[in-house]
Design a protein around this ligand. Structure first.
Ligand code: PLP
Length: 447
């Protein structure tokens, strides 16, 4: 990690107080955006744009806050890899003691490569393949969160075949409609594909306790993502604890209670989920149950820790609108177009006195849905200048694609005055690898 000269605090940021509060490791000093102690401009000079920039301190502080808040109970914070699966970020969290919540064989490999202990890994997801289950069994993970009777039977058969016993929890669908900003992030009610209906739970726990390849270990629930209120978690806990009583009354022992993740962060107005309030509501009741608590937070840990830096390519006035065309598009940051989600946007360098205008910040992708912000008041930028898109540490890079044959951005991790690349920008060779060998030569086309 190159050591950089420490810079003085400068003459006070000009960013909005809201942004400062939310993404406190990204601040303007003397009108220029810094991540921790490093100017955005310096990162862009080193690695180009679009560029994902993460604050190490932000990630660590968030993880520690969660771990401390729930310290009244035996616990495992299983970071949800899907939020941001960069190996260096996983390694950082593993070194803090985090486990991992995974949903695929790929995420299993990421977690293991980064040094997450297998006995701290839980495997969620409605569509685990036999190959993925086999890899997780082989690794010796802590628990499979099972989402259907068929999956339970397939896992038992597989485990018996390879001479192992698979530790499981059943993921309960508590039929709770959690107040998330978008329907796509609600997972706790009947109309979704997730979990097992509560009325089937006891029968399936009895089945699980009899299947030769299965060891019942826990019970699991995840009600959705981007939830700020405490009350849905309390309701989910009440629901699951009632089932725990029934399961125990049937003579089946349980070791853990996985309450999932989903703790929300503020993208614009609003507040983050209150972890102290959540812990105050949940910890005493979990402690009473004697169960080990597992949490699967993703967004809360890494959401505010990331900013996407993008360069303004062109400014277009059309149809009464001003379009700011950036070199980042929906393939780099999908959330605005997929979830209609809001991300704060600011110039990396502020120019007080410039007019504020309403703009659409749009990408270069050939889709009308390719936007980062719509009808947003912004200090009028000039072509060539940098913009910062805030709170993109979760579901930012991890949802990026190569659509329009675009290479995915580089990622850089900042710590204090130092920074290091944690993923190089892709190249066109990366895009076509896996295809070029299948190009037909002129010979094979001849008849
Ligand atoms: N656990 C499960 C089963 C999930 O499906 C998700 C998100 O989709 C999470 C945890 C993490 O959610 P969040 O990043 O909102 O904490």
């Amino acid at each position: 990690m190159p050591r950089l000269r420490r810079r003085g605090p400068g003459g006070g940021g000009l960013g909005t107080s809201l942004l400062r509060e939310q993404a406190s490791h990204f601040r303007h000093r003397d009108g220029k955006l810094y991540c921790e102690g490093v100017p955005a401009e310096e990162l862009v000079a080193a690695y180009g744009t679009p560029l994902y920039v993460y604050s190490r301190s932000s990630i660590v502080e968030r993880y520690r806050e969660l771990d401390r808040a729930f310290s009244g109970v035996d616990r495992l914070i299983a970071y949800s890899v899907k939020a941001n699966g960069n190996l260096s970020i996983l390694q950082l969290l593993a070194r803090e003691g985090a486990g991992a919540d995974i949903v695929s064989g790929g995420e299993l490999q990421r977690a293991l490569l980064a040094g997450v202990a297998p006995e701290k890994i839980v495997f969620s997801g409605v569509g685990k393949t036999i190959q993925e289950m086999a890899a997780a069994l082989e690794a010796g993970i802590y628990g499979f969160n099972i989402e259907s009777e068929s999956e339970l039977r397939v896992l038992s058969e597989l485990a018996s075949t390879v001479g192992k016993v698979a530790p499981i929890a059943l993921r309960i669908n508590p039929d709770i409609e959690s107040p998330t900003p978008h329907a796509y992030t609600r997972t706790g009610h009947r109309a979704t594909k997730f979990g097992i209906p509560s009325e089937d739970a006891l029968r399936l726990y009895q089945l699980a306790s009899e299947l030769p390849g299965i060891r019942v270990r826990g019970i699991d629930v995840h009600i959705g993502s981007q939830i700020v209120a405490v009350e849905p978690y309390e309701r989910a806990l009440t629901h699951v604890l009632a089932l725990v009583d029934e399961i125990r009354a049937a003579g089946i022992e349980l070791e853990y209670l996985d309450l999932g993740g989903g703790f929300g962060v503020a993208y614009g107005d609003g507040v983050d989920a209150s972890i102290p309030d959540l812990a105050a509501a949940l910890v005493p009741r979990v402690a009473d149950s004697g169960l080990r608590l597992i949490l699967e937070p993703g967004r809360y840990i890494v959401g505010h820790a990331g900013v996407l830096l993008t360069r303004v390519l062109y400014i277009k006035e059309m149809g009464g609108k001003t379009f700011v065309v950036t070199d980042a598009g929906m393939n780099d940051l999908l959330r605005p177009s997929h979830y209609a989600s809001y991300h704060a946007v600011e110039p990396a360098e502020l120019h007080p006195g410039r007019p504020m205008i309403a703009v659409d910040v749009v990408g270069p992708i050939c889709e009308t849905g390719d936007f980062l912000a719509l009808d947003r008041p912004l200090e009028r930028p000039a072509e060539g200048e940098l913009l910062a898109i805030y709170t993109v540490g979760a579901y930012g890079f991890s949802m990026a694609s190569q659509y329009n044959a675009r290479v995915r951005p580089a990622e850089v991790l900042v710590e204090g005055d130092a920074f290091r690349l944690i993923r190089r920008r892709e190249t066109v060779e990366d895009l076509v690898r896996g295809e070029v060998e299948f190009l037909e030569s002129s010979d094979t086309l001849q008849t």
